[in-house]
Structure formats: C-alpha cells, structure tokens
Design a protein around this ligand. Structure first.
Ligand code: PMP
Length: 355
C-alpha cells in the first residue's frame, strides 16, 4: 500500500480483461475476440489515410461516425454518444447516472467490470441472482433502485433476454435509468435500440470490438434520449474532449459502410458456435444456449480449473472464473472452424472425457 493512495483507491481491485499473453502458436479462445479480420472497407480506409492529417486534433464530436451510426440505426445524432470502447462508455454512464442514494441493481453473474465501476465511484449496488437455468429474470428487478444495468445477451453465460421483458421493465421502472449493455447483441439477440425513441429511461451500449472485429481500435457507443447523451458528453468533456482518434473514426465509418460483411461474418460465427456446442455436448459437456460469440459450458465430471489447465498445456486458452457459483464452467470464445476443431480434438484426447 502506498501512502499517497487515497482510501477509495486502496479498496479497488483492478479488472484484467482475461489474459493477453504474447506467445506464438496459441489458440486464443479466452477473450471473445472475433476470429475474422475487420471488413476490407476498414483496410482500404486505413491504407488511404493521409498521415499528414495527424498533426491536427480529431473532430471533438466524432460527427462523421455519429452520422454513420445514426443512418445505420435510424436515430438522430443527438441520440448517440461515442467513446473509447464500450468500457469507457459504461464508466462514464456509471458516473453520470448511477451515483444515487438508492442502490444500482445488477445480475449476480454478469460482466465483472460493473462491480469495478460501482466500487470506483462508490456506488451502492445490489446483485440479483440468476434463475436456476442461469437466466436474468427481469421480473425480479423490483427492488427500489437508483438504476439497473445488465448485459443482453448476458456475459459470461451467453444467454439472451427477451425484448418484451426489457420493455416491460422500462414501463415498470420509469424513475431510474436502465442500461442495456449489448456488447454481443449482433450474434443473435434482439437489440433494445428500437425502444430508444419510446422510452427516455433506456440507454443502449454497443461496441465495435466483437461483431465488427475492431477491438484494437477501442470504439464504443451509446444510444439514448438526447438528455442522457448530453449528460454523457458533459462527463466525457470533463476528462478529455476528444472521444476518438482519427483512425478510430475512419475505421468505424468504413465498418458501418459494409453491412454485408458484418452479416456474413456473424452468420459464420453463429454456425461455428452451433456446431461446437453440439460437439461439446457429445463430449459430456452441459452448454448454455448462447446468443453470443462464446460458449459457457461445464463438463459433467471434470472441473473447470483442471480442464483449463489441460487445454493451456496444449496451447489452447479458454476462460475460467474463480467465482464459486460458476467455478466449474469454461467460457470458450467461438473461433474459426479450424480453431474449434483443434479444441474439440484436444478435449477428445483427454483420458477422462467420455463421448
Ligand atoms: N460489455 C461486455 C459484456 C463485455 O464482455 C465487454 C468486453 N470485455 C465489454 C462490454 C467491453 O468491450 P469494449 O470495451 O471492447 O467495447
């Protein structure tokens, strides 16, 4: 402990987003990255970028990207916020909306950054358990609250929530903000974007990191009522008035121009996911129904920790969580068919995995 640390910092546990080892020859199925490159339109935009432009500051409003998002998602520019990855957008939202006298509600098992931000901003929170089949039951979110946050589909379970259930929650909960984190929505869940024009209490957060394969550029965004967006802009501007660098703006616009590529690669990942889920089930795994680019599964007899170590020794990285409720589970990112075949072959070679 350093004497210069403030008390709030001393109690913080930093989140590390999985492991990012720099070793050649790894099959990396641990951090939910997209196995395919971004759209060729992105490569074209970056290759033709004039380096001379870099002496200037980027557009502080990222206007071109907001306009491209507005046209793609049928919204107005005033309903859109952009930031450095959805992690940053989430952090700003926690700061802008959730520092209330009543607790923030969140699922017991969800994206671990929610705890990090709540602790960082000293926000009181209450965790709502998942149901017995690991689903987020929004009817359980009836406690008095200063906001509600959940991921749809949830992470790390991968299970989607019905849009009708989200709409019912918005109707019941008009006095506080509901943040829907849709990091994985393009892999098969229904987006709440269609509710943004109808409900002033919903904020939808999405990212270019997963379905658009641009994790390296850090582009996230939020859709909501213009007054919610204004709050985010105020907080953001107090830290750094330039939300995105020029490359991110260029690449983001290029990615949005190629909807066909997004659809094609998402369909490919979904097909690989479904085949991989069946192969895992045949190897005695129980697999949660996934609407994401990852599978959440446990083996009927072997522990998550031993399987993770076994796979790691074979240079295959998957994610294992130390939380007791899910300690037996592995979260496996859906890679290419070839990567998934390597995973399945390694599991088949395990002496105690019966098929
Ligand atoms: N939300 C969820 C549920 C996630 O799993 C992630 C990725 N770890 C994020 C948000 C953040 O993604 P990014 O900052 O890359 O946009």
């Amino acid at each position: 402990m350093n004497k210069f640390w403030s008390p709030a910092i001393q109690s913080l546990v930093p989140y590390t987003p999985g492991e990012q080892p720099r070793i050649d020859g790894l099959t990396k199925l641990n951090t939910n990255e997209n196995p395919y490159p971004p759209s060729p339109a992105v490569e074209h935009a970056i290759k033709h970028f004039s380096v001379e432009r870099l002496r200037l500051y980027p557009d502080p409003d990222a206007g071109r990207l907001k306009d491209a998002l507005a046209s793609e998602y049928k919204l107005n520019r005033e309903q859109i916020f952009v930031g450095n990855g959805s992690d940053e957008v989430l952090a700003l939202a926690f700061m802008a909306f959730f520092r209330q006298t009543r607790p923030l509600l969140m699922p017991e098992i969800s994206y671990s950054f929610y705890d990090v931000y709540a602790n960082l901003f000293e926000i009181d929170y209450k965790k709502i358990p998942l149901d017995e089949s690991f689903r987020v039951q929004l009817s359980d979110y009836s406690h008095e609250n200063g906001g509600i946050i959940f991921a749809n589909p949830n992470a790390p379970t991968g299970i989607a929530i019905e849009l009708a259930d989200i709409e019912a929650l918005l109707k019941r909960n008009t006095e506080s903000l509901v943040l829907v984190d849709e990091a994985y929505v393009d892999f098969g869940a229904e987006s709440a974007t269609s509710l943004v024009n109808k409900y002033p209490n919903v904020l939808v957060v999405q990212t270019f990191s997963k379905s658009r394969s641009l994790a390296g550029l850090r582009i996230g965004y939020a859709f909501g009522h213009p007054e919610l967006i204004e709050a985010l802009e105020r907080v953001k501007n107090s830290f750094n008035s330039y939300p995105l660098d020029m490359f991110a703006i260029e690449a983001g616009c290029a990615s949005l121009s190629d909807r066909a590529y997004l659809n094609k690669t998402c369909q490919q990942i979904i097909a690989t996911r479904e085949r991989s889920a069946e192969a895992l089930e045949a190897l005695n795994f129980v697999v949660c129904p996934s609407s994401t680019n990852f599978l959440f599964a446990h083996h009927r007899t072997l522990t998550g920790a031993e399987l993770m170590t076994y796979l790691r020794e074979r240079k295959i990285l998957v994610r294992h969580f130390n939380k007791p409720e899910i300690a037996n589970y592995l979260r496996i990112t859906v890679g290419t068919d070839e990567e998934m075949e390597r995973l399945i072959a390694a599991l088949k070679a395990h002496p105690n995995i019966a098929s």
